[in-house]
Design a protein around this ligand. Structure first.
Ligand SMILES: [Mg+2]
Length: 336
C-alpha cells in the first residue's frame, strides 16, 4: 500500500495511532489546525508546522523569493489564527539543492522578515539539509492563546450559524490566471491572494475575544473540505447556502473563462486562508458586524449547523438541495 492509495487524511489517522499525543500537557494533539499545550498559567501554547515544497506548492518561475518567504510564514500564522491565537516565534527548516542561489535565499528571508514584522513574530532558529532536486521551506510557528478564548474545530452546535471572513475563490482564480500566464491588470488582486495570502489574525482575535464563536477553522484546503472538518469534529450536520457565498465579480469572470463556476472555486479552490466559524444564531449577526467594525473585513453568514443525522447539504441557487462533498485540496491525490 502506498500513501497515494489511502490519501492524506487516512494516513494522518494511521500515523496518529502510532504516536498517541495523549499527555497531561497536551490539550489538543494531532487533528486540529494547531496543537494546544499547557503553557503553565492562563496562556496556552500553540504549535504548528507547514512546508512549502517546490513543484507542489510553488514554482520558482511563478513566485518571487520574497513572496515565497512571506507565504511560508503566512500559511502557518493562518493556522494560529484558526485557534484565535497570535503568533510569537518561527523556526525555519530549509532543504535545498546544492545549486540554490544564495541571493534567492536572502530574498526569501527578506520576505520572511517582512511578514514576521507585520505580525510581531520573531524568527529564532531553524535547520538546513541538502535536497537532491527541489527546495523545501518548512516553517514551524509557536503562538499563544488565552485559555478562555481558545477555539477548536469541535464545538459547533445545531442551531448555530456558519460564518466566513472575506471572500472565497480568489486564490483559486489567481492560480487559474497563473496557469494561463494571464497578465491582465485585473489579475493583480487575485495573484496577490494566491502568492501572498494574509493570515486573518486581527479578525481571529476579535472573534476569540467575543467568546461568542463555538468552532473555527482556517480555509486552507477549500471551504467544502474545511467546513466538513468542523462538522466531523463537532459531530454535527450543516446546510450551506450557495447563493450567500461571498465571491467577487473577478472570481466569476475567471471561472467563466475557465469553463468552471464561481461556486466550484469558492467550495473547492482552497488557499483563501479565510476563517470559517460558527456562532449561535442570536449572536452571529452582531459578531459579524463587530469583526467588520474592528478590522474592516466583511463577514458573511453562509449556512446553518444541523443535527448530525441531517447530514451535509448544499442549497443551490435555484433552491435544489444536494450533498455537500469535500472537494478541496488533498495531498497525495493531486498536484499543481
Ligand atoms: Mg488549517
Amino acid at each position: 500500500m502506498r500513501v497515494s492509495d489511502i490519501g492524506e487524511f487516512a494516513l494522518i489517522d494511521r500515523l496518529a495511532k502510532i504516536v498517541s499525543s495523549e499527555h497531561p500537557s497536551v490539550l489538543v494533539g494531532i487533528g486540529d489546525d494547531t496543537a494546544v499545550l499547557e503553557g503553565g498559567g492562563e496562556m496556552l501554547l500553540l504549535a504548528t508546522v507547514d512546508a512549502q515544497v517546490e513543484t507542489v506548492h510553488f514554482l520558482r518561475e511563478a513566485i518571487t523569493p520574497q513572496q515565497l518567504g512571506r507565504r511560508a510564514l503566512a500559511v502557518n500564522l493562518s493556522d494560529i489564527a484558526a485557534m484565535g491565537g497570535r503568533g510569537s516565534v518561527a523556526l525555519v527548516s530549509l532543504v535545498l539543492p546544492r545549486e540554490t542561489e544564495v541571493a534567492w535565499l536572502e530574498h526569501l528571508y527578506q520576505g520572511l522578515r517582512e511578514e514576521a514584522e507585520r505580525w510581531g513574530v520573531v524568527v529564532v532558529g531553524g535547520n538546513m539539509a541538502r535536497a537532491p532536486e527541489h527546495a523545501v521551506i518548512d516553517v514551524c510557528v509557536l503562538g499563544w492563546i488565552s485559555r478562555d478564548e481558545l477555539l477548536l474545530r469541535a464545538g459547533a452546535r445545531p442551531g448555530d450559524l456558519v460564518l466566513v471572513t472575506g471572500t472565497l475563490g480568489e486564490a483559486a482564480a489567481g492560480l487559474r490566471l497563473l496557469q494561463r500566464a494571464d497578465q491582465a491588470p485585473a489579475s493583480t488582486v487575485l495573484l496577490a491572494r494566491l502568492l501572498t495570502p494574509t493570515p486573518r489574525l486581527p479578525e481571529a482575535a476579535v472573534i476569540a475575544k467575543s467568546k461568542r464563536a463555538t468552532a473555527m477553522i482556517d480555509l486552507s484546503d477549500g471551504l467544502s473540505s474545511d467546513l466538513l472538518h468542523i462538522c466531523q469534529e463537532s459531530r454535527v450536520g450543516v446546510r450551506l447556502w450557495a447563493e450567500r457565498l461571498p465571491v467577487t465579480a473577478a472570481v466569476q469572470e475567471v471561472a467563466h473563462q475557465c469553463g468552471e463556476t464561481a461556486l466550484d472555486l469558492a467550495l473547492g479552490g482552497g488557499e483563501d486562508f479565510e476563517l470559517c466559524f460558527t456562532a449561535p444564531a442570536d449572536t452571529a449577526e452582531t459578531l459579524a458586524r463587530t469583526v467588520y467594525d474592528e478590522t474592516g473585513t466583511p463577514v458573511t453568514i453562509i449556512g446553518e449547523v444541523l443535527p448530525q443525522a441531517a447530514g451535509h447539504t448544499l442549497v443551490l441557487p435555484g433552491g435544489e438541495e444536494t450533498v455537500l462533498k469535500a472537494k478541496g485540496w488533498e495531498h497525495f491525490k493531486r498536484n499543481l
